[in-house]
Design a protein around this ligand. Structure first.
Ligand SMILES: NC(=O)c1ccc[n+]([C@@H]2O[C@H](COP(=O)([O-])OP(=O)(O)OC[C@H]3O[C@@H](n4cnc5c(N)ncnc54)[C@H](O)[C@@H]3O)[C@@H](O)[C@H]2O)c1
Length: 455
């Protein structure tokens, strides 16, 4: 979104009326709940839907969907004169300052989303925006794949309205997190409120709709907001499937799976927490691969199919393979690894996925050099001395004594772990050298010609 938008228009909007009038496109589960709940908060709402059975019901103060608490909310909204419904888009857009778009985005046979309802609703709204003198705000709530708003919907809105986004109208993405059957409660108690827009005035306008609700209010870019919704839902599916597979293993061992998961869930440091949720490179070490193999073996002995748990090692292996391919594709011979234990602060090299990358590169004839002060120390005195000298002597011999030497002698520097010392690498590399970063050492996500963050 353009940052230098005409903020005056939005300021006027806020001054004109404390609570903007809202039209809601799509009187399905999300739209109907949003309409009734915003009316309960005192907003004037027009529900829009081509299905006149739904709009007739709403006009009579009846709910178009079955959901706890909705009958009362629709009746109250009608009695207070705050909620009406129409199939006339023009009337709805002209009569309100903002439109919430909650139309369906069902699956196509190939898994893609069918965006025809989104495009239709957008086209209809844009046709009326053409004749509106004030800036209309479009708030997309339908779940849509990242990029769709920017690449398809905003261009369509601009073409049909003849106005520019950020000037004649404003667009943002505001995903919905309610669950059917508890949706009214969820609407008033969201886990978070996310608004995708670069414009703070627009974001504040939307946060105003949800003022007083619990949970963080987060402003981010449109694309991140679009992605967040998919990450949430895929994670929920992952959790259900994970718990179900654990449940199957437990049941066949006559172990109470609910008790197991209850104990599991009480660990809010490592389990139900942010731990292990930072995208980066493959897992490794002396425990995760070993224990995953063991539980998969156990399932095999029980004749149990646990495809999710079985897929984890394979997914990990494919990331290692992809990384090797990307390093090879850089087209240089001398590759330096800054850090090759599986995480900083350890000398444990057992099943280090970085070691697997290194060995494949050596096998393909690349000139590899390694620097890791923890391994260097362990080589002389640590408990890992024997492992390093006996199991990977070929790697030990590739070690250089300092980071500066590694940088001087290599064309690509792979940052393998988050050792503090590696923060200097980005400022020390010269022209023609590339940094391939497994850990986003400086928090940057700006990939460029000479810098690649793995994720
Ligand atoms: N159902 C949920 O629990 C839930 C939760 C969060 C997000 N979402 C997302 O929200 C969106 C809506 O889901 P839903 O379950 O409410 O859908 P739904 O199928 O129940 O309702 C969609 C409504 O949109 C109407 N519609 C179609 N074209 C229209 C147009 N041009 N103008 C006005 N209305 C139009 C349809 O007639 C229908 O009544 C989807 O993208 C969905 O993925 C759903």
């Amino acid at each position: 979104m353009d940052c230098n938008i005409n903020d005056d228009l939005l300021n006027n909007l806020q001054v004109k009326t404390e609570k903007p009038k809202v039209s809601i496109f799509g009187m399905g589960y999300v739209g109907a709940v949003t309409a009734a709940c915003l009316a309960a908060k005192g907003y004037r709402v027009i529900g829009v839907d081509p299905n006149t059975v739904k709009t007739d019901l709403i006009r009579q103060g009846l709910t178009p969907i079955i959901e706890k608490d909705l009958p009362e909310l629709f009746q109250q909204a009608k009695d207070r004169g705050l909620l009406t419904a129409t199939d006339n888009t023009r009337e709805a857009v002209l009569g309100t300052e903002m439109s919430l778009i909650c139309v369906g985005t069902p699956s196509k046979a190939n898994g893609a989303i069918d965006d025809k309802y989104l495009l239709n609703a957008s086209q209809q709204i844009a046709t009326t925006i053409r004749e509106k003198s004030s800036a209309h705000v479009l708030v997309y709530r339908s779940t849509m794949l990242p990029g769709l708003l920017r690449s398809k919907i905003i261009p369509l809105l601009e073409e049909v309205s003849g106005k520019k986004e950020g000037e004649g109208f404003h667009v943002c993405f505001n995903p919905e997190f309610l669950r059917e059957s508890t949706s009214v409660h969820d609407f008033f108690n969201p886990p978070k409120t996310v608004v995708g827009t670069n414009n703070k005035v627009v974001a504040d306008l939307i946060f105003g709709l949800y003022s007083g609700f619990p949970g963080p209010m987060i402003q981010t870019s449109i694309q991140v907001a679009e992605m967040v919704k998919y990450v949430d839902n895929t994670f929920h599916a992952l959790k259900v499937t994970f718990a179900n597979e654990i449940g199957q293993v437990c049941r066949h061992l006559d172990i109470d799976s609910h008790e197991v998961m209850n104990i599991f869930s009480q660990d809010t440091k490592l389990n139900i927490s942010r731990a292990y949720l930072t995208p980066g490179f493959a897992f490794g070490g002396s425990c995760l691969p070993k224990d995953l193999r063991a539980i998969n073996y156990l399932a095999k002995t029980l004749d149990l199919d646990i495809p999710l748990l079985a897929s984890l090692m394979e997914s990990n292996r494919r990331l290692i393979e992809k990384t090797v391919g990307e390093i090879i594709a850089l087209g240089v011979k001398r590759i330096g690894f800054a850090g090759f234990t599986f995480k900083a602060g350890t000398d444990d090299l057992r099943e280090s996925p970085i070691v697997m990358v290194i060995e494949q590169l050596i096998g393909k004839g690349f000139e590899v050099k390694l620097y890791d002060r923890h391994v260097a120390m362990a080589r002389l005195i640590g408990a890992n001395k024997d492992y390093i000298n006996k199991t990977i002597p070929h790697l030990a011999s590739l070690m250089v004594p300092s980071l500066d030497i590694l940088i001087k002698e290599c064309d690509v520097i792979v940052i393998g772990n988050r050792d503090e010392e590696f923060r200097e690498i980005l400022s020390k590399v010269g022209k023609g050298q590339t940094v391939y970063d497994f850990v986003r050492i400086n928090g940057s996500f700006k990939n460029g010609a000479n810098y690649i963050a793995i994720a």
